[in-house]
Each structure stands twice: as C-alpha cells, then as structure tokens.
Design a protein around this ligand. Structure first.
Ligand SMILES: Cc1cc2nc3c(=O)[nH]c(=O)nc-3n(C[C@H](O)[C@H](O)[C@H](O)COP(=O)(O)O)c2cc1C
Length: 188
C-alpha cells in the first residue's frame, strides 16, 4: 500500500467502502475509515498529514455528506488553521441510491473542503459513456467530471454493486496515481 495516497471515507452500510477499495486498487493507496461516531482510528490524522494526496469519500445522505463525514470535516479545522494540507492533491467520491440522488451536492461539499485547505482538486478526467450504445457497465456511465459518482440500488448488497461503477473507481484511482506522479497504478 502506498502511504502517499490516503483515501479517507465514511460508509454507513459498506457500499461507499467498496468504492473506496476499488479506488485503492487503482492507485494502490491506503484506506482510512471514519467510524460510526465520526472518528478516525489512532494515528489517522498523522496518516493524513504524511499523505501527498487525500481522496475524500462519503455516501450521499439527504443530498449531502453523512453527519459522520461532516464531523470529520469540522474537526479538520484544526489542520486548516495551520494549513497542514496545503498543496496536497485532493479528489472526492460519493455513492447514492439514485442515479442522480442530488449527489453533486456531496461532491461540491468535498470540493469546498479541499479549497478551504488550499489543496489541488482533481476531477475524473474521464469521458462519459452517454451514447445510445452505452450500458450501465461502461466507464463513467454516470458522466461525472467533478469527482467520482457511483449509484447503488437501495436494496442491493455490497456484492451486487454495479461492476461498471467499480471499474470507473479503479480508473479514477489510477488517474490520481498518474497525475500525482506516483506512477505505479493498479490498472493496466
Ligand atoms: C439517511 C440516509 C439518507 C439518504 N439520502 C439519500 C439521498 O439524498 N440520495 C440518494 O440517492 N440516496 C440516499 N440514500 C441512500 C444511500 O446513499 C445509499 O444507500 C448508499 O449506497 C449508502 O452508502 P453506504 O452503504 O456507504 O452507507 C440515503 C440513505 C440514508 C441511510
């Protein structure tokens, strides 16, 4: 695992965690989970300090980040005051039940967080699969440029998540590694 890239995320029911894992497969980055109380494990803040790229992830709950992620976000004000993440690479992802589900609001919250910290935001850099021939399993079928979006039907288990979304997440991870100059990726 590459400690230079840290994927920090919350997941209430495991779906956003699966997306985080797919991004990690793409960039060979390390995972850091925000727990059900909105806290990081011991050493988590140090891990973020040492990372050169931070990828933020939250499920979309009520059209925004989860309260646990918001708690993490507010706690990061201590880092903000010393501009500890300034000039690190930043990127973001979210997963929701609806194809739309208002999840752009979630990505925008992550983007704003990164800009308050003086970070450098990276979008997907991926062309959309938006033709008549496109299928749900194609890369970037949700056509997101600002950050990675995934949609999981409300009654789907983690094992039933859309393969195209997982492939898109791996490709997104690879882009973070490539653009960040970390070069070794988990995607051919
Ligand atoms: C409290 C709550 C609020 C939600 N709000 C939305 C929403 O605004 N839009 C949407 O499409 N899905 C919404 N969902 C569905 C979740 O985004 C979806 O189930 C997602 O896969 C959960 O990810 P997780 O397993 O990582 O928690 C909501 C779910 C919960 C529990």
């Amino acid at each position: 695992m590459n400690q230079d890239i840290c994927i920090v995320f919350h997941s209430g029911h495991g779906h956003t965690r699966r997306i985080a894992e797919a991004i990690a497969e793409g960039c060979l980055g390390s995972l850091l989970e925000i727990d059900g109380g909105g806290e990081l494990a011991d050493g988590g803040w140090r891990q973020l300090d040492h990372a050169r790229a931070i990828v933020f992830g939250s499920p979309t709950y009520m059209g925004n980040v989860s309260w646990q992620f918001k708690k993490f976000l507010d706690t990061s004000a201590a880092v903000w005051s010393r501009q500890g993440w300034k000039n690190k690479l930043a990127a973001g992802f979210t997963n929701s039940a609806g194809i739309n589900g208002d999840k752009l609001s979630t990505l925008q919250a992550l983007f704003t967080l990164s800009q308050q910290h003086g970070m450098i935001w990276l979008g997907t850099g991926m062309m959309p699969s938006n033709t008549r021939a496109a299928t749900r399993d194609d890369l970037n079928y949700l056509a997101s440029f600002s950050g990675l979006m995934a949609a999981t039907p409300a009654d789907a288990s983690v094992d039933e998540m859309i393969p195209g979304d997982l492939a898109t997440a791996r490709r997104f991870g690879a882009r973070i590694a490539e653009v960040g100059g970390f070069f070794r990726t988990g995607v051919e």
